[in-house]
Write a protein that binds this ligand. Structure first.
Ligand code: ADP
Ligand code: MG
Length: 189
């Protein structure tokens, strides 16, 4: 199974001194992969550039190293593959694809809304993976805004309810690492 990680990032490359809102101890705990054995989820929330995707990938790489199957998908690709499956009548196969890996990484939830079909399929995926497989999810939106992402408060609450039952949340605050790099290079003031 291909993990489809978009690039390689490790926990060792992560500068914890730049991101004091993240406790290194909690990251180290995730790296043990115990959360996978117990079917727990990881949610990374915060503004752009604070390292959500970096950590999600780093966690995925650790999972792979320890022999767990892992699959990375952006919310945008999830939505477009759900739509295609709906058109082709292959929804069941589509759901199976998101259920198979031990760890499903869904990146960038919240940049744009899910349509009704994708929101429903995502609910099914979260429900069926519940306590059986882990989800690592990143979002730029806080939980109160999830109703808007899924176009339906009741559905968003149902998704959150299952996702958050056994979860480690990293609420990342602070400045974009990308901007810091640009400032260092003199591109930005
Ligand atoms: P986000 O997904 O939160 O928008 P990314 O994880 O894509 O942000 O981070 C943006 C870039 O900055 C990436 O190249 C990432 O490796 C790097 N980066 C972010 N935070 C850190 C950090 N604390 N230490 C090292 N690199 C970081
Ligand atoms: Mg990102």
């Amino acid at each position: 199974v291909k993990a489809k990680l978009p690039f390689r990032k490790t926990v060792h490359e992560f500068d914890f001194s730049f991101q004091p809102s993240i406790q290194e101890k909690r990251v180290k705990e995730v790296v043990t992969c115990r959360y996978i054995t117990s079917g727990e989820n990881i949610v990374l929330v915060g503004p752009p550039g604070v390292g959500k995707t970096h950590l999600a990938i780093a966690f995925g790489m650790e999972a792979i190293t320890q022999g767990y199957s892992t699959l990375f998908v952006t919310a945008a690709d999830f939505v477009s593959s759900c739509r295609k499956a709906q058109e082709k009548g292959t929804v069941e196969r589509c759901i199976q694809r998101w259920l198979r890996p031990d760890v499903l990484i869904m990146d960038e939830v919240g940049y744009f809304p899910f349509d009704e079909i994708s929101a429903n399929l995502f609910f099914q995926v979260v429900s069926k993976r519940y306590e059986r497989g882990s989800i690592i999810l990143t979002s730029n939106k806080s939980y109160i805004e999830w109703g808007k992402i899924f176009g339906d408060e009741v559905l968003a609450t149902a998704i959150l309810d299952r996702l958050m039952y056994h979860v480690t949340t990293f609420n990342i605050k602070g400045n974009s690492y990308r901007l810091k790099e640009k400032q260092k290079a003199g591109i930005l003031p």
